[in-house]
Design a protein around this ligand. Structure first.
Ligand code: NA7
Length: 537
């Protein structure tokens, strides 16, 4: 597209208006910068705007899954449940957008098509799919880690005559499955959350499972007035503490003892107490749970024995019990009546590990030579995680290099924040940062604060550009890989590894060193005049 004198110019363009884009806008605007946010949806919310499937719920506790940068904002909002459901989270985001008057700088229903770096002027030229063009000194990708929804490339998907849904793009008006025969493909978090509710409506439900997942009891409940009040008094301090922890969460402590230092009775107590507390506390049962196979086995065995109790038919329990990966290395799912749903007479489980889905037909799902006829198919098949949404934009850096080409063998970033050859381009919770292994809001705030301080210092110092140095990036990529290799994470076919997308490089994408350690590194880099970055006058 030809550039014209009328192209609008901003100090910064932000792509995405979820939790990350909203806070980034607030911080940059607070510095007096001009900012344009582009958002594909017709409202704020990101993940929580799109994922409206029945049962969609956060599995980080709501008292921790909220912004921690403003006392006024947190005091003005009251959560109702231990784990907030999607509509409540979306209402919260809209409350924040109102409070900060964010929408005036957000252009909705606009998808960014490309972002191209103009080296001469040190400007990003951003084109939207609607054919608009703007320019900006800085471009911030606030596109989320799980926002490029993906339906596998099943033969015949287009032939199906019934209704088709993906959990990550659910109709806003909802779906009524009453009296219908429904197929759910996938058994990740979205399936685990939605299956019990779909089963309540459907005449018949068939679940197609490729990998059995570990599910832990969520233990959801209404919040008591006094715990809400107590959190309000301490939230800002709590958030500072959360940033020093491994997962950005303070609602439970990690047990630091190694499994071999504990008696059988002590191990059982630790696992059992955490299991019944609900949520991810179970992950903190032993200091070596995520690094030592023996320690992990103890926890996995306990989890399987508890899961088995919920399922009446032993042959169904055998299918539902995970046995091909350590516990916690694929994203754990929080369960509210998921396992029990398979006790219902109108719910079937089909193993598509032993015999994969061969095609989707006009009437349903074909597995081997057996056709399952259904009225609706729900694809709970996940996302092109961590890189999908970033590379969904055609990003072109210095010397015409495309980010898609640079990352063809896996994402390469310095600190998960930037990539060499792409000056003034920032990723919020990008690959190579703790991101999906942590409380996303804590990691988002950590990144947004760092990026806005950085932009502030560049602007004040009249510095035109900042760019990751190739040597620093190489070292960081190696460090991210070594850190992952010292854990059990690479031992599963997970979306953390890109394993759910045929042909995607198998690289452990998040940084497994923990939010606290990572935060220290971020501070060290900033305090050393952005060591590892090249600053251009
Ligand atoms: P996930 O966790 O990626 O789950 C996707 C599910 O779909 C998972 O069970 C996959 O099995 C299954 N899948 C994917 N492709 C196929 C094919 N071709 N055949 C059969 N089954 C398939 O996505 P979710 O939306 O549930 O959760 C995403 C995150 O959102 C979650 O972790 C939370 O952070 C919130 P697989 O395990 O790959 O064998």
């Amino acid at each position: 597209m030809a550039q014209s004198a009328a192209d609008k110019q901003y100090d910064a363009v932000i792509v995405g208006a979820g939790f990350a884009g909203m806070y980034m806008l607030h911080r940059l605007r607070g510095q007096g910068l001009t900012v344009r946010v582009f958002e594909a949806g017709d409202g704020v919310g990101g993940t929580w705007y799109w994922n409206r499937y029945p049962g969609a719920r956060c599995d980080v506790e709501s008292l921790e899954y909220q912004y921690g940068f403003s006392d006024e904002i947190q005091r003005g909002w009251t959560w109702t449940e231990r784990y907030a459901a999607q509509p409540e989270i979306l209402r919260y985001q809209n409350y924040v957008a109102d409070k900060l008057d964010l929408r005036r700088d957000i252009q909705f229903e606009t998808r960014v098509a490309s972002a191209t770096y103009d080296e001469r002027d040190a400007l990003w030229v951003v084109d939207t799919e609607k054919g608009e063009r703007v320019k900006a000194r800085f471009c911030v990708m606030a596109t989320g880690c799980l926002s490029a929804a993906r339906v596998p490339d099943f033969e015949g998907v287009g032939d199906f005559k019934g209704e088709k849904y993906h959990t990550g793009g659910w109709p806003h008006e909802g779906v009524d499955f009453t009296g219908k025969r429904v197929a759910v493909i996938g058994t990740g978090s979205s399936a685990v959350q939605s299956i019990p509710l779909i089963a309540e409506q459907a005449k018949h439900l068939t679940v197609f499972q490729r990998t059995a997942n570990f599910t832990l009891p969520a233990g959801n409940r209404p919040l008591a007035r006094d715990e809400i009040q107590k959190t309000k008094e301490t939230l800002l301090e709590d958030r500072k503490r959360a940033r020093t922890t491994n997962g950005g969460i303070i609602c439970f402590e990690y047990n630091e003892r190694l499994v071999e230092e504990m008696t059988a009775e002590e191990r059982y107590r630790e696992l059992d107490d955490r299991w019944h507390l609900g949520g991810f506390a179970f992950l903190g049962s032993f200091g070596d749970m995520m690094v030592t196979p023996d320690a992990n086995d103890v926890a996995a065995e306990y989890a399987r024995s508890e899961m088995r109790k919920a399922v009446k038919k032993p042959e169904i329990a055998d299918l539902l019990l995970p046995n091909d990966h350590p516990v916690g290395v694929k994203r754990l799912c929080l369960d509210t009546h998921y396992l029990e749903t398979f006790n219902e007479p109108h719910v079937d489980l089909v193993d598509v590990r032993s015999t994969p889905i061969s095609k989707i037909t006009a009437k349903g799902v074909l597995v081997g030579d057996k056709e399952y006829e259904v009225d609706a198919i729900v694809f709970a098949t996940g996302f092109d995680a961590m890189t999908g949404a970033i590379l969904g934009v055609d990003i072109v850096g210095k010397k015409g290099e495309k980010l898609r080409d640079k990352w063809a063998a896996g994402p390469r970033t310095y600190l998960g924040l930037g990539s060499a050859g792409f000056p003034n381009l920032f990723f919020i919770t990008g690959p190579g940062s703790p991101s999906v292994l942590s409380n996303m809001i804590v990691s988002i705030e950590q990144h947004v604060d760092w990026i806005s301080d950085c932009i502030g210092r560049l602007t004040a110092g009249n510095i035109r550009s900042i760019e990751a140095r190739p040597d620093a990036e190489d070292e960081w990529v190696a460090h991210v890989n070594e850190t992952a290799a010292a854990t059990l994470y690479p031992q599963a076919n997970s979306w953390y590894m890109g394993a759910n997308i045929p042909g995607k490089p198998r690289i452990f994408m998040p940084y497994a060193g923990g939010v606290g350690v990572y935060g220290e590194k971020l501070a060290e880099v900033a305090n050393a005049d952005y060591a590892g970055f090249a600053l251009g006058a």
